[in-house]
Design a binder for this molecule. Structure first.
Ligand code: ZN
Length: 330
């Protein structure tokens, strides 16, 4: 029987792992990393893998068997912290607590590794507080920030980090991984890989959450309906959707992919570049009903709304502002 492995499984992104491996071999592992890329593309997975790689006590590293590898997988390693809270703002107190921790040498590992996921959710004061740590990092500390878009972070933060821009994986890579590691049937793997647009994490989520595809369809339908709604109806919809923060984030994230697709279609990019390939015809119909300027405005508004959500702005108010900016097809 095979011994179960506790190794963090990274699919794709080989160039990023190779680069980190070479830097580590040369004794020059960067102390501040910024992993960027679309949601669920594997940013925090690469950070977790690095934490295992740097602290593994076995061979080959990471071995997926030693106490350190096991503790990192179960989230119990005292020197490794992955802060991936989705809808919670990162506040200045969080950064100060972290700084106290980072000033101590590692407890049992070789490196303290801290991943600050979705760093867009940091408040301005938290981001400013982190600058000091990035300027003078303690030795044996690696900080890994993740963000969808580096443009939403303070330029002074971005310039102090080594940036690794993770790209979406190829559709066959996602399909193969779903079958090899997540026990998907060939049919499931093919469909989800297509819809995932290179984001393996999304495909894995869709595999385990049966309702996800149905909700995706519903949010698209509701977006189309919203365009035909007046002010009062939009506000009523906002009241309803904003009751559940998780659903709200899911809807906004999906709408962002739709408006990005519309922006691509309207700017004449190849149709194959869009994320929601299965909706190509419906998106083209939508593209005819809105302008390039509107699409570009909606992408910006949705980004802001998602950042606001992470910064604990009142969800209903946030959504109302967004929905009132939606173009009208009445
Ligand atoms: Zn190990």
């Amino acid at each position: 029987m095979n011994t179960p492995s506790f190794k963090v499984q990274v699919i794709g992104h080989e160039w990023a792992l190779d680069l980190l491996e070479r830097q580590h071999a040369a004794g020059r592992i960067p102390q501040a990393l910024l992993l960027t890329g679309p949601p669920n593309v594997g940013k925090s997975t690469v950070a977790r893998f690095l934490a295992q790689r740097l602290n593994c006590q076995g061979t080959p590293q990471p071995c997926g068997q030693c106490a350190s590898c096991r503790k990192i997988i179960s989230g119990n390693h005292p020197d490794v912290r992955i802060l991936d809270g989705d809808n919670q703002a990162l506040k200045i107190d969080d950064i100060r607590n972290l700084q106290r921790e980072l000033s101590l040498s590692p407890n049992e590992g070789q490196y303290r590794v801290v991943a600050l996921c979705n760093f867009e959710r940091a408040t301005q004061s938290a981001a400013n507080a982190l600058l000091k740590t990035l300027e003078e990092p303690a030795s044996q500390v690696v900080l890994a920030l993740t963000a969808t878009d580096p443009g939403t972070l303070l330029p002074t933060i971005v310039s102090r980090c080594q940036m690794l821009a993770l790209r979406p994986l190829s559709t066959p890579t996602v399909a193969k991984a779903l079958q090899d590691y997540w026990q998907a049937t060939p049919e499931q793997a093919e469909l989800l890989a297509q819809l995932a647009a290179g984001r393996l994490g999304w495909a894995v989520k869709a595999l385990t959450d049966q309702e996800l595809l149905a909700r995706r369809e519903r949010y698209l339908q509701e977006l189309v309906e919203l365009l035909g709604m007046g002010r009062a109806e939009r506000l009523a919809y906002a009241q309803q959707l904003s009751r559940d923060g998780v659903m709200l984030k899911e809807a906004l994230t999906l709408w962002l992919t739709i408006w990005r697709d519309l922006l691509l279609l309207q700017s004449g990019a190849a149709q194959t570049k869009i994320m929601n390939l299965d909706w190509r015809d419906r998106l083209q119909a939508l593209a005819r009903r809105s302008s390039l300027t509107q699409a570009s405005e909606m992408v910006a508004c949705l980004r802001t709304a998602l950042i606001n959500l992470e910064r604990n702005v009142n969800p209903r108010l946030n959504l109302e502002v967004l929905l009132l900016k939606l173009p009208s097809s009445r």
